[in-house]
Every structure is written in C-alpha cells, then in structure tokens.
Design a binder for this molecule. Structure first.
Ligand code: BES
Ligand code: ZN
Length: 609
C-alpha cells in the first residue's frame, strides 16, 4: 500500500480511472447537486478500491444493476476528507450516485442578490488544490489524469459553461439519467434544460470546472469569447480589456509550441471569486477586479494562458512540486508580457515579485520548509501554505538558468521540455534529470540542489536593474526621510508603479505620511485593487483609523484572497480594537465569500487570536 500523494487516499496499487461520465442535476433552492458518475478503470480490479470524497452523500454503487459494497470512513481527515471504499470483483466500471452538500468546498452558490444582475442565482467551482472531491468522488490528485463527459440539468433560464468542449443545449430526455431515477428529480420538467460537454484531453481533477448562471458572451478573437453575467457592464468592459488575447496566444505558441486546447475562452466571475485567475482549460476563470480599463488585466490572462503549457500540459505530480506549475508559468507569463507590452512592464512585474518573495520568506521565518521549492506537505493543507514562493522563487530559478545558458538555448530547452512531458504529471527530480541531460554540466554552474531543496533565497537570485525599477525603489526608500514623490515624478505612473512604490515603503513610515500620500494621490480610492489594498494594508499597520471605512467596504466588496489575506492579517495582528473590527466585518461579509476563502480567513484568525 503506497499513497501516491499526501493529499489523497489514491493508492498506487489500484487502477487509474480513465474516464468519468457525469450526470449532474442542479437544485438551486437547496444548493445541492444530485449526480451519477460512470467510472471506467484502466484495468479490472478486485478488492478494495479507494476514492476521495468530501461533504458528499453516496446513495449507491452499481455495476449492471448489481449493487457493489461500499463504505465511507467513519471519520473525516481534516485535509483529505472522507475515504470512500468500494469492494470490487473484477470490475472495470461502475456507477455511483451521490449528492453534494451546501458546504461542498469547491462550490459557491450565490443567491440572486449576491450576483450583478440580482435576478438569477449562480453557482461556480474552484477545484484547485484539492476540492474536486467535494463535487464528485475521485482520485483527486494531479498524479492521475482523467477524461470526462458531463450532462448538466439546469433551470432553463440559465446557461452553463465548462472547462471542456460544449456539445449541445437541448431539452432533457427521459433516458438521460437512469441511475438518478430513484431520487425522483424533476429531470424532464418544462422549466429545465440540459447542457452537454466533453473533455477529450486527459486532465488532472483540479482542472474540472463549471459555472451556471445567467451568462452572456462577446467574441474577442478567433478562438476566444468573454463570458460574464448577461446585462452587466462587465461584459463590455471585459471585451475591451481582453481584446489583445489572440496576440498573446500567438506569442505563447511561438515560445512554447502549438496551443493544444482549441479554444481559449474567458469567464469573468462575480467579485467573490477567490483568485485572480484560474487556468481551467479552454475556459479561464477570472476575478472582475482584473478589469481596470488600462489593459493591465492582460497580465493575469497571460499567466493563465501560460498554464496551457506549464500546468495543464505538464502538471505537478503533487502539490509538493507546485513550483513546476507556478514557477514555470510565472516565467512564461513574463515572457509573453515582455513580447506584447515590452520590457518595462515585464521588469516591473519581476520587481513586484521580488519584493513579494522577500516578504514571504520573512513570513515563513519560523516555518522554513515552505521557503523551499520542493517541500514536504504531509499533514499540511495546501490552501494554508499558498504563497509567492513557488511563483517567484520558481521564476528566479528558471531565470537563473536562462542567464547561465543564454536566452535562445533556454528557449530551445523549454520547447523540448514541453514536447517531451506533455499530458504527463511529473516531479522536481524528473525536471532536474531532464535539465542535466539536455544542458550537460549545468549542475556545476548552478547549485541545483540548493535552489530546489534549500530554504530562503539563493545569493545568485536576481533583483531587477532597470532604471524604472531602481528609481521607484529609491523614491520609496526616501520616504524614511520624509520625502514624498511630487506630481511630476508620478505623472505617468500606472497601477504597477504605485504597487511597487507602496510595497517598498520603509516599515518606519509614519501615519501622517500615509495620510499626506493619500490626500495628494488618492490611493485609498483607487479603482485598482492592487494599489488600494496595498495602501490600506499600510494604513492599518500605521493605525490610521480614518481608512477603516474603506477597509470594511473593500472586505465586503471582493472575495479575492490576495486582498482578504493582507487586510485581515494586518487587522488581527493589531490592537484589541482592530481584532474586534476584523471579527465583526468577517461575520457580516462571510456569507459572500467562497468556502475556500472563508476557511482561509478562519485560519488567519485562529493563528493570531
Ligand atoms: N492556479 C493558480 C490559482 C490557484 C493556485 C488556485 C493554487 C488554487 C490553488 C492561478 O494560475 C494563479 O496563479 N492565479 C494568480 C494570478 C497571478 C499570478 C497573475 C492569482 O490568483 O493571483
Ligand atoms: Zn498560476
């Protein structure tokens, strides 16, 4: 018996699932999905067969109408969830029927008032890192890849999108879901419709994704449509913000090889979406906060697009090798940004990332394990240790190799790496072996073990040298002597420049300077949440109470964890009054956050209170 992943019950000795045919009935009034799933196994199996579940009720397990014995573990693991054991007798397929629960961690159910158009409900998924198991039983580890088909039965005034090919929208049929018959659903009722999808490429379960709501779309390129709630202003502004997407796809193809996923659609979610973006294949999910009207949202799209190669084609085998997904993608994102927006924009990103990396290493000073690229996550919830380290240290490592071998040799290496491992899930050693094989002697030039297994930031990491970067950092440092930037100095600053400036302000800065900065440059009211949150975090740390109204508004308006984390953390580390304030705001805002964001805030509270 050998588990393949510390975050899954999946056993290496049991066969993989090659295909799952899902039938999903969405019951909005009870925030529940009633479902069946036909599993196809790679080889027939006899004896115990393990699947991951969380918050699921299992109704039956069948093969050709014969019941298969099954049981759910009596207790749940706080991280892995509940083990489902089937006892198979030379079976190579079986059907499970099951229901999700309103607390399923992957799903956020929004009532009409929580949506933009206020008239229809909405539900969407976020499966990374280990939440797919709260929608359907699965080998929920990136070490295993599956193909799937899905039939979604939804209210007919709504529509569904998936990270898969759309096959058809049609009236429900009696014979769609025989396995669900015993649940007495109104499958064929007049006011229901069926949407069918297929995913023909094998993907890790964390890339399973759908959204159901009143959706509209706009065409923005030959393989790209933007989707958002119908009738909301978001649709038009998103279409404008993302008009350069096709150009980025072409740059990506030049750098990393053909785009293998046919379509590259974008779904802009309600403001509670817990991430900036999620690389769901064929249909990237995005927070509406990336739409700023200045095209800068394209950087997040560049990142999620880059995952089409690094992450979705080549996947980390477990979350202990997460840097293979995010470090490569951060590197790839910056190459795309450099190609379409120029070196200055890409360098500012490197600079913001550099500051972020240094802060994260400081944050983990009592838990250095998570400053390593390859780390041990036994007994660790990946959502709790999410940080910039895999992104920025991973980027730094790859950039170090690029600097050593030169850009064109590294580009050639990257193309070869992607071609070699596509549609596979790999670990850090597999990457290092391939690197050493293809760039002989590299281990003598770069300390590969230090980079991948060492803690902190190696001394041969790179802080940007470009003058735009240095000017902003030294301006920020000068705040220690009371000097604030003048109008002329910031005249052409965009969000990124402000973010870099704010992130580099010395800790010693005084409350009066924060207030002066804001009255001159109106940062607390910025439409750009990166700037606004960076400013508000400073304001909390300096005890500037006049901004708490804005802090509360922000915490209630968006559910992106990149903003919730620093604001709640700054508050709970503050005075007794700050803690009470944080608790009150959370109790009022909580309902509007995705379950993943709710538990991250709970864990911030439990660490500091
Ligand atoms: N795959 C991540 C989001 C993620 C990571 C979800 C881990 C769940 C667990 C996505 O590609 C990402 O990195 N998003 C960033 C975008 C940014 C780096 C441009 C985000 O959400 O901030
Ligand atoms: Zn990413």
């Amino acid at each position: 018996m050998a588990p393949v992943d510390p975050h899954s019950f999946t056993e290496s000795t049991q066969p993989a699932t090659t295909h799952i045919a899902l039938t999903l009935y969405f019951d909005f009034p009870s925030s529940t999905i009633h479902a069946s799933a036909l599993f196809t196994l790679q080889t027939p199996h006899s004896g115990p067969f393990f699947l991951d579940t969380r918050s699921l009720t299992i109704h039956s397990a069948l093969h050709a109408d014969q019941a298969i014995p099954f049981s759910l573990s009596a207790t749940s693991d706080p991280i892995k969830g509940t083990l489902l054991t089937l006892t198979l007798s030379n079976h190579s397929s079986f059907i499970l029927t099951f229901s999700t629960s309103p607390s399923s961690s992957a799903l956020q159910w929004l009532l009409p008032p929580q949506t933009c158009n206020k008239t229809h409900p909405y539900v969407y998924t976020q499966c990374q890192a280990i939440h797919a198991r709260s929608i359907f039983p699965s080998h929920d580890t990136p070490a295993r890849r599956i193909r799937y088909s899905a039939i979604l039965n939804i209210p007919s005034e709504l529509s569904a999108v998936m990270a898969a090919n759309h096959v058809t929208r049609r009236p429900p049929r009696d014979d769609d879901a025989p396995a669900l018959a015993s649940l007495n659903l109104n499958w064929c009722s007049q006011d229901r419709v069926v949407e069918e999808f297929v995913m023909e490429q094998p993907v890790p379960p964390y890339l399973f994704a759908f959204a159901v709501g009143q959706l509209g779309n706009r065409e923005v390129g030959p393989r790209t449509r933007v989707y958002a709630e119908e009738g909301s202003a978001v649709l038009d502004s998103a279409a404008k913000e993302f008009e350069g997407t096709e150009e980025m796809i072409r740059e990506g193809e030049k750098l990393f090889g053909e785009y293998d996923w046919e379509r590259f659609d974008l779904l802009v979610l309600p403001p509670s979406f817990p991430y900036g973006g999620m690389e769901n294949p064929k249909m990237v999910f995005l927070t509406p906060t990336v739409i700023k009207g200045d095209g800068s949202g394209a950087q997040v799209v560049a990142h999620e697009l880059a995952h089409s190669w690094t992450g979705n084609l080549i996947t980390n085998k477990t979350n202990e090798h997460f840097w293979l997904n995010e470090g490569f993608t951060t590197y790839a994102e910056r190459r795309i940004v450099e190609a379409v927006q120029g070196e200055k924009r890409a360098t500012l990103n490197v600079g913001i990332g550099w500051r972020g990396l240094n802060e994260e290493v400081e944050r983990f000073k009592d838990n250095l394990e998570f400053t390593k690229l390859k780390n041990n996550q036994q007994g660790i919830d990946p959502d709790d240790v999410y940080s910039q380290v895999p992104y920025e240290k991973g980027f730094q490592f790859l950039f170090r190799i690029e600097r050593q071998v030169g850009r064109s040799a590294f580009d050639e290496f990257l193309k070869k790496y992607i071609a070699k491992f596509k549609f596979q899930s790999i670990d850090t050693d597999t990457f290092l072996d391939f690197l050493k094989e293809n760039i002989p002697g590299i281990e003598k030039q770069i300390d590969l073990v230090l980079w991948t297994e060492g803690t902190g930031i190696p001394s041969d990491a790179y802080e940007p040298e470009l003058i735009v970067y240095k000017t902003i950092v030294s301006l920020a440092n000068e705040a220690a002597t009371g000097r604030m930037p003048g109008e002329d100095e910031v005249a052409d600053w965009q969000g990124q420049e402000w973010e870099l400036y704010l992130d580099n302000l010395p800790k010693s800065i005084e409350a009066s300077q924060i207030v002066a900065l804001d009255s001159r440059h109106k940062l607390s009211e910025s439409k750009d949440y990166e700037v606004k949150v960076s400013f508000l975090q400073r304001a909390i740390l300096c005890g500037c109470k006049e901004y708490y109204g804005e802090v509360e508004k922000t915490l209630k308006a968006v559910g992106r964890m990149k903003y919730l984390r620093p604001l709640y953390t700054a508050l709970v580390k503050g005075s007794e009054e700050d803690k009470v304030f944080a608790k009150r705001v959370f109790s009022e805002a909580r309902e509007c956050y995705h379950p993943i964001a709710q538990s991250v805030v709970v864990s911030i509270f439990s660490k500091h209170m």
